[in-house]
Design a protein around this ligand. Structure first.
Ligand code: SF4
Length: 198
């Protein structure tokens, strides 16, 4: 039987990107080897710390929440074969979103893919054409160059977001100045953190 290391599940508003403000059921999977220095989910890195959970249990919890969509996040969820999990979510009629750094090839079937690439372990090339939205976290000015490089690889008609790293006080101003001269970008804020939501 397939199981997944689950750090937590919770029902809240999507805080970031194109779906900000929508009702979302989050499934946070354990395991990440990208190791961003500013990561706010370091407790997810070691998948062995998270209890193995069957997809059916996750679907039951998601259905009870009655969200607009389910977000599979992490950690880096593509460390796992997401095929069985997305199959049972689809059977239950649940819309499936993925939040990934893209460090590994895609598995599973999704309605929306947020690619949040990290320079510490760049995306698998197959992720770029499948990206629904690009979201680059800015923790230092050099990240804007990285963002532009990533943007060139994503289809032109997909939204592109720059998001300030929560602990970097100067990042919002760097981003604002940058977007004023490059209107293909938009600002994304972690609104759930400003509002004190999960
Ligand atoms: S990819 Fe995400 S979970 Fe992994 S280290 Fe970076 S911010 Fe943390």
């Amino acid at each position: 039987m397939v199981t997944y290391p689950v750090v937590e599940t919770f029902h809240s508003l999507q805080g970031e990107g194109s779906w900000t403000g929508a009702s979302a059921f989050f499934i946070r999977l354990g395991g990440c080897d990208v190791h961003c220095p500013w990561c706010d989910q370091k407790e997810t890195w070691d998948a062995r710390r998270s209890p193995q959970t069957a997809p059916e249990v996750l679907v039951e919890a998601a259905l009870a929440a009655r969200p607009r969509f389910v977000v599979i996040t992490g950690g880096e969820p593509l460390l796992h074969d997401l095929g069985p999990l997305t199959a049972v979510l689809a059977q239950a009629g649940l819309r499936r979103h993925l939040e990934t750094s893209g460090a590994y090839a895609l598995s599973g079937r999704f309605d929306w893919i947020t690619l949040s690439p990290k320079p510490y372990k760049p995306p698998h090339p197959s992720l770029y054409p499948q990206t629904s939205e690009l979201k680059v976290v800015v923790a230092q000015p050099e990240d804007l160059l990285w963002a532009e490089d990533q943007s060139r690889q994503v289809p032109e008609n997909r939204p592109r977001y720059l998001q300030p790293e929560w602990g970097t006080a100067e990042a919002p101003q760097w981003i604002a100045d940058y977007i004023l001269g490059r209107p293909h970008w938009r600002l994304s804020l972690q609104t759930h953190k400003y509002l004190g939501l999960r």
